[in-house]
Design a protein around this ligand. Structure first.
Ligand SMILES: [Zn+2]
Length: 147
C-alpha cells in the first residue's frame, strides 16, 4: 500500500505556496509592481518605490542567499534529556530583490553568510488529516541529505 500523503495547509494563508508535490519547494508570495518591476515581501497594495497601485501577486524564490542570521539557544522546559540545538532565524536575500526574515532549518554550524539556501515546508502540528506547515530555509547542499 502506498504511503498516504497528508494534506498540507499554511499556518497563515497568503504568505507562501504549498505545492501539491511534496518534492517541490514552496515559494514566498510577494508583490510585483507592474510599473517599475520592483518586488516586495510581504505583499503590498501600493508600490513602495514608485507608489503605483498596479501591483500583482508574485511567487518569490524558492532560492535565496543568506545575508545574516542568528541562533537562539533556549532550553525547552529545562529538560536535561532533550537535546536542544537552537532555533535559527536568517535574513535572506531573494533573487527578485526583497530581503526576508525567515526561520532556518538546520544546526548553527551548517550556516555561513553568503551561502545559497532554499525554502522548504515543515509541519508544526496536525489537525485531523491535515498538516499545518511553516516555511523555513535550509542550505541547498543539505537538500535530500541527512539532517
Ligand atoms: Zn513601482
Amino acid at each position: 500500500m502506498a504511503e498516504q500523503t497528508k494534506k498540507r495547509r499554511p499556518v497563515k494563508a497568503g504568505y507562501f505556496t504549498v505545492p501539491e508535490n511534496p518534492a517541490e519547494p514552496p515559494r514566498l508570495l510577494g508583490t510585483r509592481c507592474e510599473d517599475c518591476g520592483e518586488h516586495f515581501f510581504p505583499k503590498r497594495a501600493v508600490c513602495a518605490k514608485c507608489l503605483s497601485e498596479r501591483t500583482t501577486e508574485a511567487p518569490l524564490g524558492p532560492g535565496g542567499t543568506l545575508y545574516s542570521y542568528t541562533f537562539v539557544h533556549f532550553p525547552l522546559f529545562g529538560s536535561m534529556k532533550m537535546e536542544h540545538v537552537g532555533y535559527g532565524v536568517g535574513q535572506i536575500d531573494l533573487p527578485e530583490g526583497p530581503r526576508v526574515q525567515v526561520p532556518l532549518a538546520g544546526k548553527q554550524e551548517e550556516f555561513s553568510v553568503g551561502m545559497p539556501l532554499v525554502a522548504e515546508l515543515e509541519a508544526i502540528r496536525e489537525e485531523g488529516d491535515t498538516e499545518v506547515v511553516i516555511l523555513r530555509f535550509k542550505p541547498t547542499a543539505a537538500a535530500g541529505g541527512a539532517r
